[in-house]
Structure formats: structure tokens, C-alpha cells
Ligand binder design. Structure first.
Ligand code: NAD
Ligand code: LMR
Length: 341
């Protein structure tokens, strides 16, 4: 017997990432080939026509797993019965807008959406925030929903950063991305993030070896490998979003949608192949202040992300993580002063 459809709510569904998400989710890429899905699309009035157009195209695909598509510009309607929320729609930084203005504008979006999730989502709802500043927007939504939804049901997307790090290593080591494991993204989804390879491994001639050793062998020694990591790899991954904006003329779309799909799939279906990265609620792990939504290495057994604990961090790693956490705490303090958390 076919299982009941899972209700997936996508905010900003009429936007670019929304368009890249909808068809893959309806095709079964996110929840698996056996899982029917009901899509609820949330847009603001100005975005409704684009979302309606996408809904018409979804109908024209006749996806066997797609049981319904419903559109609304009312968050309570769109989150009704929501089991998986993808919170994509956000206010981009406009000309002359300061960071505080951006945080305030997004508090006005993610606060009410958190309230709507608390009021009308399914009891087991989980939501991932894609819209920037993603970590702090997740914090805002979680705080607004906290009377009814545990805060650890909210996460933010750093899977794109994780995939970018794997992609850069694969290119440098001339291996397939699937040969690399154990990369971790720590901190904020911003240029302050720390893409960490100190526990990463790569398959070479049938054996697994540390990525740092493989880099040293390729680049002519440990010092050259460290220099490449510090001067090329870390800035390249951390600033990849800006690079994409410069080259494409707008921010990443297909890779962001792919990462959001992988984030939800790993959380719901489990991380059989080792850890991945996601920004989740800190309970003080690795000295990150409790209550921040921070990227960590995470695993899931299908019931939600859990932080991988007990990894050794050297002084370099500690310094970089601390710097990103300082930025996260400053964002939290800014939205706290606005009364949003
Ligand atoms: P976009 O402008 O094409 O689409 C955003 C959509 O959100 C628009 O259709 C807009 O009408 C809608 N929207 C705005 N406010 C809304 C609200 N209150 N409720 C519902 N919908 C609303 O932008 P995009 O390219 O799809 O990017 C969306 C967000 O994702 C941006 O904030 C971008 O910076 C972020 N992003 C994050 C990552 C990541 O890895 N975390 C990667 C890429 C992009
Ligand atoms: C990305 O990492 O590609 C985006 O978060 C960049 C952006 O500012 O939208």
C-alpha cells in the first residue's frame, strides 16, 4: 500500500532556488522514490504569479509521487500540516542597507513564519533555513516557535559549503568527490566559516589516507599543503558564494537547491556514509555558546541531526571556529536587541 504523502512547505517558492527545488522534490530526489509528497508553496503577493507558473509546470510533469500542490500567501495556511519546511524566501540586502537593517527585515519574515509553524505544522515538523543570513534566521524562527516546537527542529543550510569543500579537494587531488569523506564546516554560513579537512580522508590506490597526507604528497610537503589550505582552499570555499555572484550575476541556485535536498534527505533517511555538515542548535558542544545555530559535523539515524563529538581540534582550528562563533554571537545580539529572539 502506498504511504501517505509527506507535506513539504517551501517558502519563496516563486524565486530562483524555489524553481530549482520543486521539480526535484516532486521527482522523489529528497524523500526517496517510494514517498509521495504534497507541496505547499508560500510566497508574498508579488511572487505569487511565478509560483503559480511553477505549479502549472509541475502539473505538466505528471510526477507519480506528487499528490497535490497548494499555494498561499498566508504562512498559517502554507505551514498547515507541514512535516518538512524549506525556508528559502528572505529579504536580500538592498542598496544602502546596513547589516542591522537586513537582520531587522528578516526578523519580520522568520519571526511570523516561526509563529505559523508553531500554530499549524505537524507535531514532528523539521525546518531548514536557506534564506540568508541563514543561521540567524533559523535562530529567529526557532525562538518564535519555541512555545510549541523544540528549537532543535530548526537547522540552517551549510551543506552547500560542505559540498564546495569536497569539490575543491576532489579537483586538487584529482579524485572523484565520492572518494573524499570526513570534511566538516564549522561556524556561520558566511566568509568567516571554517572548512576543516583535519579529519578528512581520501581513497588512494584502494586505501584510505588522510587528505592532509595526500595534499602533502601532491604539493611537495606538509608546509606546502598547509599553505594551500590556508591561502587557497579555505578562502575559496568561504567566499565561493561571492564568487558565484560575481561570475553568474546572481547567487547560486542549482547548487543551493541540491544542497537543501541533500540536507533534508540525510536528516530523514540517515547519514550511512559518515558525517556531513549542518548548522544546528548548540548545546555547548566544542565550547560554542549554547543557543547559537552553528555549523558542525553531524550525523543522523533518520530522527534528526546529532553533533559528532570528541573530535580533536588544534590551535589553528580552534582560532578559526572561535572567530566565526564571535560573528554568530554578534548576529544573535543584534536580533536580540530588536526583540526577535
Ligand atoms: P529569489 O529572490 O530568486 O527568491 C526569493 C523568493 O522569496 C522571491 O520569490 C520572494 O518573493 C520570496 N519571498 C520574499 N519574502 C518572502 C516571505 N516573507 N514569504 C515567502 N516568500 C518570500 O532568491 P533565491 O535565489 O531563491 O535565494 C533565496 C535565499 O537563499 C536568499 O536569501 C539567498 O541569499 C539564500 N541562499 C542561501 C544559500 C545557503 O547555502 N544557505 C545559498 C544560496 C542562496
Ligand atoms: C551562497 O553561499 O552561494 C549564498 O549564500 C550567497 C548569497 O549571499 O546569497
Amino acid at each position: 500500500m502506498a504511504s501517505a504523502p509527506v507535506t513539504v512547505t517551501i517558502t519563496g517558492a516563486g524565486g530562483q532556488i524555489g524553481y530549482a527545488l520543486l521539480f526535484r522534490i516532486a521527482a522523489g530526489d529528497m524523500l526517496g522514490p517510494e514517498c509521495p509528497v504534497r507541496l505547499r508553496l508560500l510566497e508574498i503577493p508579488q511572487g505569487m504569479r511565478a509560483a503559480e507558473g511553477a505549479a502549472l509546470e509541475l502539473q505538466d510533469c505528471a510526477f507519480p509521487l506528487l499528490s497535490a500542490v497548494e499555494l498561499s500567501d498566508d504562512a498559517r495556511v502554507a505551514f498547515d500540516g507541514c512535516e518538512v519546511g524549506l525556508l528559502v524566501g528572505a529579504r536580500p540586502r538592498g542598496p544602502g542597507m546596513e547589516r542591522a537593517d537586513l537582520l531587522q527585515a528578516n526578523a519580520g519574515i522568520f519571526g511570523p513564519q516561526g509563529v505559523a509553524i508553531a500554530a499549524s505544522a505537524a507535531p514532528g515538523v523539521r525546518a531548514v533555513v536557506v534564506g540568508n543570513p541563514a543561521n540567524t534566521n533559523a535562530l529567529i524562527a526557532a525562538a518564535a516557535a519555541s512555545a510549541d516546537v523544540p528549537a532543535d527542529r530548526f537547522s540552517a543550510l551549510t551543506r552547500l559549503d560542505h559540498n564546495r569543500a569536497v569539490g575543491q579537494l576532489a579537483a586538487e587531488l584529482d579524485v572523484a568527490p565520492g572518494d573524499i569523506a570526513g570534511v566538516a564546516i564549522w561556524g556561520n554560513h558566511s566568509a568567516s566559516q571554517f572548512p576543516d579537512v583535519s579529519h578528512a580522508t581520501v581513497v588512494r590506490d584502494g586505501d584510505r589516507m588522510p587528505v592532509t597526507e595526500a595534499l602533502a604528497a601532491r604539493l611537495g610537503g606538509a608546509a606546502a599543503a598547509t599553505a594551500w589550505l590556508d591561502d587557497v582552499f579555505i578562502p575559496r570555499v568561504a567566499r565561493r558564494g561571492a564568487e558565484i555572484i560575481e561570475v553568474r550575476g546572481s547567487s547560486s541556485v542549482a547548487s543551493a537547491a541540491n544542497a537543501a535536498i541533500e540536507h533534508v534527505r540525510s536528516e530523514r533517511l540517515g547519514t550511512a556514509d559518515g558525517w556531513t555538515s549542518a548548522a544546528v542548535l548548540s548545546r555547548g558542544e566544542y565550547g560554542v555558546p549554547e543557543g547559537l545555530v552553528c555549523s558542525f559535523p553531524v550525523v543522523s539515524d533518520g530522527t534528526g541531526y546529532r553533533i559528532v563529538e570528541g573530535l580533536d581540534l588544534d590551535a589553528r582550528a580552534r582560532g578559526r571556529i572561535d572567530a566565526s562563533v564571535v560573528e554568530l554571537a554578534a548576529e544573535r545580539d543584534a536580533v536580540r536587541s530588536l526583540g526577535a529572539v
